[in-house]
Design a protein around this ligand. Structure first.
Ligand code: PNS
Length: 160
């Protein structure tokens, strides 16, 4: 039986930290489905379509990774995909409380789906999509924190 994990998130946009988690997750799972939450209520820099394109570009050549979007409850989506786990990256202590709540709520909603955390690589410990967007908006160099294609798209969005 294949071990499938969902790696969910906003991915607005995907960062090198996300890529690191997905690649390392493949040591634990046979297949990883990177899934973007389709949440029209949340303001995002990139459309879901743009985010999907960036994910696919950035992970091109990595086997056993798929990309998708979902709405509604994550555990229901995981169930539909026959996934046994949700994969999440954990950075500093500040991530812990939110991740803990999310994992416990998901476990309450469906006890068949486990959440697996990987510690973010030390290099990416302070990397987040939001902080990267903030730096890039004011002309900061973020080229070593995101894949090259993502860097180009961010520069274009902010008119650099
Ligand atoms: O990258 P993010 O924004 O931290 O990802 C959050 C995400 C997408 C994992 C989370 O918001 C989510 O799973 N949303 C779907 C609705 C859901 O199932 N929420 C958890 C139980 S209320």
């Amino acid at each position: 039986m294949q071990r499938i994990a969902i790696y969910p998130g906003s991915f607005d946009p995907v960062t090198n930290g996300h890529l690191d988690i997905a690649k390392r997750g493949l040591k634990l799972f046979d297949r990883i489905i990177v899934a973007i939450l389709h949440n029209p209520g949340k303001k995002s820099l990139f459309t879901v379509e743009e985010r999907l394109e960036m994910l696919a570009e950035s992970m091109m050549g990595i086997d056993n990774v798929e990309f998708d979007t979902f709405d509604g409850l994550l555990v229901d989506y995981a169930h539909r995909c026959k996934a046994s786990a949700i994969l999440r990256g954990m950075r500093a202590v500040s991530d812990f409380e939110y991740e803990f709540q999310l994992a416990l709520m998901n476990r309450k909603l469906n006890r068949e789906v486990e959440t697996v955390f990987l510690m973010t690589g030390l290099r990416w410990i302070f990397t987040s999509s939001s902080i990267i967007k903030e730096a890039a908006r004011f002309g900061g160099d973020i080229s070593d924190m995101v894949p090259p294609g993502v860097n180009r798209r961010i520069q274009a969005k902010f008119g650099f």
